[in-house]
Design a protein around this ligand. Structure first.
Ligand SMILES: C[S@@+](CC[C@H](N)C(=O)[O-])C[C@H]1O[C@@H](n2cnc3c(N)ncnc32)[C@H](O)[C@@H]1O
Length: 312
């Protein structure tokens, strides 16, 4: 069935707000007009964010981040609650608190969690001042915060045992996330993506930024409603750029890779040039088709599967 005009109009309006480059430093007001906005967001833009979370949580699992059964999870700036639902599905939880400056969004997110995970208590909270979550989730919020709100978020992260922040893969927000990571890294272990605890080398040159591309879930191609809606809106479901950082007070079981692949490989007929994060700097390494044909093919067809390569 063709997507309803109401759904399309709601998602268009939200996208226009998120993508508005004329906004500058002005923060957005509360844009959730009713539950219909949250449901429309969740079905389309939230689905894409869910796939980014799947990629982040898979990397956390590979680094040995333990399950969260019994732990207190807080989704800060929860919107429709997609981040918390993906986290609970992958890692479990003892309880989930949903916070948003929009009480409507927090209530929606808590209801959506209860509908999917009846055994995990979920509730909306209107303040986070006194909270000390075991696991803090922050998803696509940083770009909407003014300096005071970012300072509050930083204090909240500092009160958390583990914090997972997933943001868009844009240069501006990613660099803001790297700066936040640098301010906090002395107090935490970095679970991912950083292979080191040195200052973020992506901040050294204004042209660089730390970002990745998540593969979409199979629904992006098999769910007819999603496919038709994305097509009608001109949304490219294959392009899922994101930035992220995962901080933990406790060390995790698996050592980080020596170097982390960033962005997308630049491909030509003979080679793939890949940007790596190392403690000292960002560095390009070249994978030649002639000498490493299988790796070159993977970099061409499924680059997200290659998180690490030796430095040049
Ligand atoms: C782009 S939405 C992302 C929602 C959700 N986390 C996700 O990833 O789908 C940003 C959310 O942050 C909330 N928000 C913005 N500023 C906030 C603040 N100062 N405190 C709490 N929530 C805030 C908005 O109301 C909105 O729900």
């Amino acid at each position: 069935m063709a997507p309803s005009q109401d759904l399309l109009a709601r998602v268009e309006r939200l996208r226009a707000l998120f993508l508005d480059e004329t906004r500058g430093d002005r923060t957005l007001g509360d844009y959730w007009r009713d539950d219909g906005d949250l449901a429309a967001y969740d079905a389309v833009l939230g689905a894409r964010i869910g796939w980014k979370w799947d990629a982040v949580l898979a990397e956390c699992r590979d680094r040995g981040l333990p399950r969260a059964d019994g732990l207190r999870v807080l989704d800060h700036g929860c919107g429709s609650g997609i981040a918390a639902r993906r986290f609970v599905r992958a890692f479990g939880a003892g309880s989930v608190s949903c916070h948003d400056r929009s009480p409507r969004a927090a209530a929606f997110a808590a209801r959506a969690l209860q509908a999917e995970f009846a055994g995990v208590p979920a509730h909306a909270v209107d303040r986070v001042d006194g909270l000390q979550p075991d696991v803090l989730l922050v998803s696509h919020v940083l770009g909407e915060l003014d300096a005071d709100a970012e300072a509050s978020l930083r204090a909240l992260i500092a009160r958390s045992r583990c914090a997972i922040l997933v943001e868009p893969g844009s240069r501006a927000v990613s660099r803001r996330l790297s700066a936040l990571r640098d301010a906090l890294v002395g107090e935490f272990h970095v679970v991912a993506p950083c292979p080191h605890r040195a200052a973020c080398p992506a901040l050294a040159d204004a042209a660089d930024w730390c970002h990745f591309f998540a593969p979409p879930g199979p629904e992006a191609f098999t769910n007819g409603d999603f496919v038709r809606t994305a097509r009608a809106l001109g949304i490219d479901a294959r392009a899922l750029p994101y930035s992220f950082v995962v901080l933990s007070r406790e060390p995790v079981a698996v050592a980080p890779p020596a170097h982390r692949v960033l962005g997308r490989p630049r491909l030509d007929k003979h080679a793939a040039t890949v940007q790596l994060c190392t403690a000292a700097r960002l560095a390009d390494t070249v994978v030649e088709k002639r000498t490493a044909p299988a790796l070159w093919r993977t970099l061409k067809k499924a680059p997200a599967g290659v998180r690490s390569l030796p430095a040049p």
